[in-house]
Design a protein around this ligand. Structure first.
Ligand code: DP6
Length: 325
């Protein structure tokens, strides 16, 4: 039996991915840009050579849907490796699954690395990013440390994430509701594409925002990065809300965090809001302002300050953490 264990963290997109142009290959309609976090680790072990595939999540057998998604992903790895033996996948997640803290990103990043290593594949960072993308689009960015751009690409080979230089930033995560969300991002993303009259505008404007964001990151322009981050998150929630039937992820407390960001900026503190497909809000700030921002939102939910973190890495008792080359 061969085994491997990998760790990965979620990422928060500053320029969001929302919409696919190829559902099977998970090719996005546009590129996106994110920060991989130093917190909420997923640790996943893959043991090849079992009688059947299985998936244990946080100590219990995973749901049928999650198990089928994991087995489907193992099929891709087995095809690449030319090895059809079943495997046991055992995973633990520090973030609440499905609560908008992108546990599917850390989950499929860790699974891509652990499974490819356990099946004997030696993939470099772009190849691993492409593979993780097939599990969940945003997972391709969690392969990469720090800030990552996911190139939309035109086919499987050209759609992967790579590092982008950026200034040192912090995210203050305000956890408003840790419960499973009503509509998954995958389903809501499809609904937006198929029913929103504003979808084409969303796609074309995202391309422009991404170009501007890459320039701002390279220039270390924190204020521009912040403005673009909040603008793009609000546009994403607007296009999602314009679906039929409408989907609304932000809760009243989420809007209070947005108000707090505005008030902080008015008093000279750097803070810009973003939110994924759920009510939790992240405030982008600098290392120097992070404590003040965290104190300002303390009454609105659980608060955690996170920094840019490592990409997916192998962990083994003998070798310790091994970054992807
Ligand atoms: C709002 O990567 O979870 O977090 O590719 O269908 O698995 P699938 O979707 P997923 O969507 C993430 C959406 C988002 C924005 C982002 O992370 O860019």
């Amino acid at each position: 039996m061969s085994s491997a264990t990998a760790c990965a963290q979620p990422n928060i997109a500053l320029v969001k991915y929302w919409g696919k142009r190829d559902e099977k290959l998970i090719l996005p309609a546009t590129g996106s840009l994110s920060m991989t976090l130093d917190s909420f680790t997923t640790t996943t072990s893959v043991h090849v050579g079992e009688d059947a595939d299985s998936f244990t999540l946080n100590g219990s057998p995973a749901s049928l849907a999650a198990t089928q998604r994991t087995t489907g992903f193992l099929e891709l790895v087995r095809e690449l490796a030319g090895d059809d033996r079943p495997a046991a996948v055992v995973s633990t997640n520090e973030a609440p699954t499905g609560a908008g803290l992108a546990s599917s990103a850390s989950g499929f990043a860790a699974l891509a690395l652990a499974a490819s290593a356990a099946y004997g594949l030696d993939l470099d960072q772009p190849a691993l990013s492409r593979l993780a993308r097939r599990g969940s689009g945003s997972a391709c960015r969690s392969i990469v440390p720090g800030f990552a751009v996911w190139h939309a690409g035109t086919d499987d080979a050209s759609s992967y994430a790579e590092p982008v230089p950026a200034p040192d930033l912090r995210l203050v995560i305000v956890t408003i509701d840790g419960h499973q969300k009503a509509v998954s991002s995958r389903d809501a993303m499809r609904l937006t594409r198929d029913t929103s009259p504003f979808y084409d505008g969303w796609v074309s404007s995202t391309r422009e925002v991404l170009d501007e964001m890459v320039i701002a990151c390279r220039a270390g322009d924190v204020a521009r990065i912040g403005e673009l981050t909040e603008l793009h998150a609000l546009r994403m929630h607007a296009v999602i809300a314009s679906s039929r039937p409408p989907v609304r992820y932000l809760a009243p407390a989420s809007v209070s965090v947005l108000d707090t960001a505005e008030a902080l900026r008015a008093s000279g503190v750097q803070a810009w809001a973003t939110a994924d497909a759920g009510p939790n809000v992240c405030l982008l700030t600098t290392p120097g302002d992070a404590d003040e921002v965290a104190a300002a939102v303390g009454g609105l939910g659980g608060v955690r300050v996170v920094a840019p973190g490592p990409g997916a890495r192998l962990v083994s008792p003998e070798l310790g953490a091994q970054p992807v080359p």
